[in-house]
Design a protein around this ligand. Structure first.
Ligand code: ADP
Ligand code: MG
Length: 372
C-alpha cells in the first residue's frame, strides 16, 4: 500500500511532509538510562514513518496503516482523553510540544506506517513519538533539534502515557543511524558513534514473541528499588545517580543497603554501566570476543540481579551463547519478553537463525522471528 496515496484517499489532500524515525536495539547498557548511566543502542532500519498535513481548524486527525481505530483530537480540549490506544502516543507528543513551549498553532492530519514489531522491546513507541515530533516540527516550522525531539518524546511517554522510561529510546531514534552503535551518556546527553564492522560481526535480533508490558508494576518497582539503593549509598558517599558510583566504591560501601533485593538491583546497574563503557571500548578496538563476553555477563546480571528476564529469553540467550560463531548474546530492551540481541560472525548468520528458530520451536512451540 502506497502511504501517500492512502493519505490522499483518507484525508482528501496530499501530505506536506513525510518523516521517518527508526526503532532501536540496545547492544548493552540495560536499565542504566534512568540511573544516569551509559547505554549503547543502535538505530534499526525498521521504524515508523509519519505523513503530515496542516489543517485550517484545531483538530488532529490520526490514522495508522498498522492499527485499527483512527482518532480525532481537539487541540483545545482541556482534559486529557488518553484511553490506552495507539492514538495516545501522537496526542501525548502534541501535549509535550506545548509543555516545551512549542504549541501547535493549528490542527493537522497525521498518518503512520510502521515496520518495528510493537511491544517487542525495539521501541516502536519511541519511533512513533519521534516521527510525530519530526513531522510536526517540519510542518509547523518549529525548528526542533534531535535532542529536543528526544526529550519531547520521553516527556510524552513519562507524563502522558505513564511509562517512566529513561531517555535512551527516544534519543537513539532521534539521533541514531543504522550500523552505528551510539554511546550515550544519559546524564549529560553527550554521545558518540562507533561503526559496527559488518564484515566481522552482524547484530541479529531474535524475537521471543512474548509481549512485554513495560508499563506494568514490575518496571516501576525497579525504579523505586533504584531510588532506595541510591538514598542508602548517599548516606555513605554523596553522588547524584547510581551510575556515578564505580564498582569499587560499591564494593566498599554497598553493605549499607540493608535489603538484599535492593542490593542486587544496585549491583546490576553499577556493573552494567561499567560493562557498557568497556564494551564501547572493545567495539572501537574491534575486540569482538571481549564485546561478546560483556553481553553474556549483562544477560546473567539482568536475569539474576535485576530479575527482568523470563524463561523464553533465558533459553534464547543461552542457546545462542553456546552456538558456533556467536560472540555474545543477551536479552535487550526492558525485559519480561521481547527480543535477544546476538553478535554473530557474518558467514554463520544463516545457520544460526535456522538453529535458534528450530530449537525455540521445539522447546516452546512458538515461531521466533529474526531480524538481521
Ligand atoms: P515497544 O516500544 O517496545 O515496541 P510499547 O508497548 O512501548 O512497545 O509500544 C507499542 C505501542 O506503540 C503499540 O501498542 C501502539 O500503541 C504504538 N505503535 C507502535 N507502532 C505503531 C504504528 N505503526 N502505528 C500506530 N501505533 C503504533
Ligand atoms: Mg516503548
Amino acid at each position: 500500500m502506497d502511504p501517500v496515496r492512502t493519505f490522499l484517499q483518507t484525508f482528501g489532500a496530499p501530505p506536506e511532509v513525510m518523516r521517518f524515525a527508526p526503532g532501536r536495539v540496545n547492544l548493552i547498557g540495560e536499565h542504566t538510562d534512568y540511573n544516569g548511566g551509559y547505554v549503547l543502542p543502535c538505530a534499526l532500519s525498521m521504524g515508523v514513518t509519519c505523513l503530515c498535513r496542516r489543517r485550517e481548524d484545531r483538530k488532529l486527525r490520526l490514522y495508522s496503516l498498522d492499527f485499527p481505530d483512527d482518532g480525532i483530537i481537539e487541540l483545545d480540549a482541556s482534559e486529557p482523553e488518553l484511553g490506552g490506544r495507539w492514538t495516545d502516543y501522537p496526542a501525548a507528543v502534541v501535549r509535550s510540544l506545548a509543555v516545551f513551549g512549542a504549541p501547535l498553532t493549528g490542527g493537522a492530519d497525521l498518518m503512520f506506517k510502521g515496520s518495528v514489531p510493537p511491544g517487542s522491546g525495539l521501541s516502536s513507541s519511541a519511533a512513533l513519538e519521534v516521527a510525530t515530533g519530526m513531522a510536526l516540527s517540519d510542518a509547523f516550522g518549529l525548528g526542533l533539534s534531535g535532542s529536543e525531539l528526544a526529550r519531547i518524546g520521553q516527556l510524552a511517554e513519562n507524563r502522558f502515557i505513564g511509562v517512566n522510561c529513561g531517555i535512551m529510546d527516544q534519543f537513539a531514534s532521534a539521533l541514531g543511524t543504522p550500523y552505528n552503535a551510539m554511546l550515550l551518556n544519559t546524564q549529560t546527553l553527550e554521545y558518540s558513534f562507533t561503526p559496527i564492522d559488518l564484515s566481522r560481526a552482524v547484530p541479529v535480533i531474535v524475537n521471543s514473541m512474548v509481549k512485554h508490558s513495560l508499563a506494568s508494576s514490575a518496571y516501576n518497582d525497579r525504579r523505586r528499588e533504584c531510588e532506595a539503593a541510591l538514598s542508602a549509598l548517599k548516606s555513605r558517599l554523596d553522588k547524584p545517580t547510581l551510575c556515578a558510583y564505580t564498582p569499587e566504591e560499591f564494593e566498599s560501601i554497598g553493605g549499607v543497603i540493608a535489603d538484599e533485593t535492593v542490593y542486587r538491583r544496585a549491583r546490576h546497574v553499577i556493573s552494567e554501566n561499567d560493562r557498557t563503557l568497556k564494551a564501547a571500548e572493545a567495539l572501537r578496538e574491534n575486540r569482538l570476543n571481549d564485546f561478546g563476553r560483556l553481553m553474556n555477563l549483562s544477560h546473567a546480571s539482568l536475569r539474576d540481579d535485576y530479575e527482568v528476564s523470563c524463561p523464553e529469553l533465558d533459553f534464547l540467550a543461552e542457546t545462542a551463547q553456546n552456538a558456533e560463531g556467536v560472540f555474545g548474546a543477551r536479552m535487550t530492551g526492558g525485559g519480561f519478553g521481547g527480543c535477544t540481541v546476538n553478535l554473530v560472525e557474518p558467514d554463520r548468520v544463516e545457520s544460526f537463525v535456522g538453529m535458534i528458530r528450530s530449537a525455540y520451536l521445539k522447546r516452546f512451540g512458538v515461531e521466533a522471528k529474526a531480524y538481521i
